[in-house]
Ligand binder design. Structure first.
Ligand SMILES: NC(=O)c1ccc[n+]([C@@H]2O[C@H](COP(=O)([O-])OP(=O)(O)OC[C@H]3O[C@@H](n4cnc5c(N)ncnc54)[C@H](O)[C@@H]3O)[C@@H](O)[C@H]2O)c1
Ligand SMILES: O=C(O)[C@H](O)[C@H](O)COP(=O)(O)O
Length: 349
């Protein structure tokens, strides 16, 4: 019987050494080939190919030469950010499973994979702990003026008070509203337990039983916006959620409330948030993600004194990359044992 042939494409984000873990699948009779996506290094920062794909579509970003060269006889391919696009699928005629070791899988042509009967699996919660940690950090950085004080000290200024002086509260006195209760939203909630703050959640897609099992209050969007001292976004960006927070939603927030966005820039109307912060219609914001990245030097956020900004760092951790491999390896192990994979995104086997 033919061996199952697996191709793993390492790209520096997920290193060749990390991809070596997939050799454990050889105990199930698979043959594992590991190649390097050297084009990725030429493209600069790891997210550049992803930005091209997100903004211009899957066929806009250059294909990975190593993937094209080695995919023809493979049953399974494993990638991080290399595109599984039309060109790859035209060559990979034996392909049965495509594994994208990310939460998002914009670098896979899902309709085409589905049409070809190829299962797509991903690594949905790989960065959820990193992003949840970071999000809580952003809440505290903004509310307690940590980044602002750091900047002023680096500039030689000792300041004892900031614009939010009259509404800096201990976390245990605050109500935090979590919008989107998926992998990251739930982990933010877990972390907030230690701070003893009240937590409200808005997520219309949580089934009633799951909601009943959680010790949080599920509320409408309007109630969450009106009652929260901190509103934190953990939805995925889609046509339905584009500009989820605009002028109308910001107007429903308390004038002392903070908006935290470590999810996706497109969830928030940037002009509306800028205006709300400029006029102090809300207390402040902390933002990790932008419509244009890197953040342009003339971006209006850079003129504000009530915002904490980071450079799309929330998901970045060594553990994120290791976890990506662990999640993928678990599912491909199930596949080789003839069991159902858990992270299938396009159809059930
Ligand atoms: N900044 C970073 O570095 C970074 C890293 C990883 C992920 N992210 C982003 O974090 C976000 C959350 O990721 P996740 O893995 O938790 O996603 P997820 O899919 O697990 O959870 C999203 C949740 O949003 C809910 N939702 C959908 N529409 C909604 C609506 N209209 N109102 C309220 N809730 C709604 C869904 O039911 C789901 O529970 C995504 O936008 C993702 O792109 C950012
Ligand atoms: O936000 C991020 O960090 C990036 O989108 C990163 O490319 C991967 O995130 P993921 O697709 O795993 O959610």
């Amino acid at each position: 019987m033919d061996k199952t042939k697996i191709l793993c494409v390492a790209d520096g984000g997920i290193t060749t050494e990390m991809m070596e873990d997939f050799r454990r699948l050889e105990r199930y009779g698979a043959e594992v080939t590991i190649v390097e996506d050297t084009d990725m290094y030429a493209m600069g920062p790891i997210t550049d190919r992803m930005t091209l794909i997100e903004q211009q579509g899957i066929d806009a970003a250059p294909s990975c030469a190593a993937l094209l060269e080695h995919c023809a006889d493979k049953d399974i391919i494993v990638v991080h950010v290399a595109s599984i696009n039309r060109a790859v699928l035209a060559r990979a005629r034996r392909l049965k499973v495509a594994a994208v070791l990310r939460g998002g899988y914009e670098n896979a042509d899902v309709p085409l994979l589905t049409e070809r009967g190829v299962l797509l699996v991903n690594a949905p919660w790989r960065s959820a702990n990193a992003v949840a940690d970071f999000t809580v950090g952003m809440m505290i950085a903004e509310n307690k003026n940590i980044a602002r004080s750091h900047r002023h000290l680096m500039e030689g200024t000792w300041r004892k008070s900031y614009v939010n002086q009259s509404y800096i509260h201990d976390m245990r006195k605050m109500t935090v509203g979590i919008i989107g209760y998926g992998y990251i939203g739930r982990r933010v909630r877990q972390r907030l337990k230690g701070f003893e703050c009240r937590v409200l959640v808005h997520d219309p897609y949580i089934d009633p039983q799951t909601a009943a099992d959680q010790d949080v209050s599920f509320v409408s969007l309007d109630e969450l916006l009106a009652r929260s001292d901190i509103v934190t976004l953990h939805l995925r960006l889609s046509e339905q959620t584009s500009h989820f927070i605009g002028a109308a939603e910001l107007a429903k927030m308390k004038p002392t409330a903070y908006l935290i966005n470590t999810a996706r820039a497109g969830l928030v109307d940037t002009a509306a948030l800028t205006e709300a912060l400029r006029t102090h219609a809300i207390g402040g914001a902390a933002v990790d993600v932008y419509d244009t990245e890197p953040l342009p030097a003339d971006h209006p956020y850079l003129q504000l004194d009530n915002i904490t900004l980071t450079s799309h760092l929330a998901g970045t951790s060594c553990d994120t990359m290791r976890t990506s491999v662990e999640i993928g390896l678990e599912d491909l192990t199930r596949c080789l044992r003839g069991e159902e994979m858990v992270n299938v995104r396009n159809m059930r086997s």
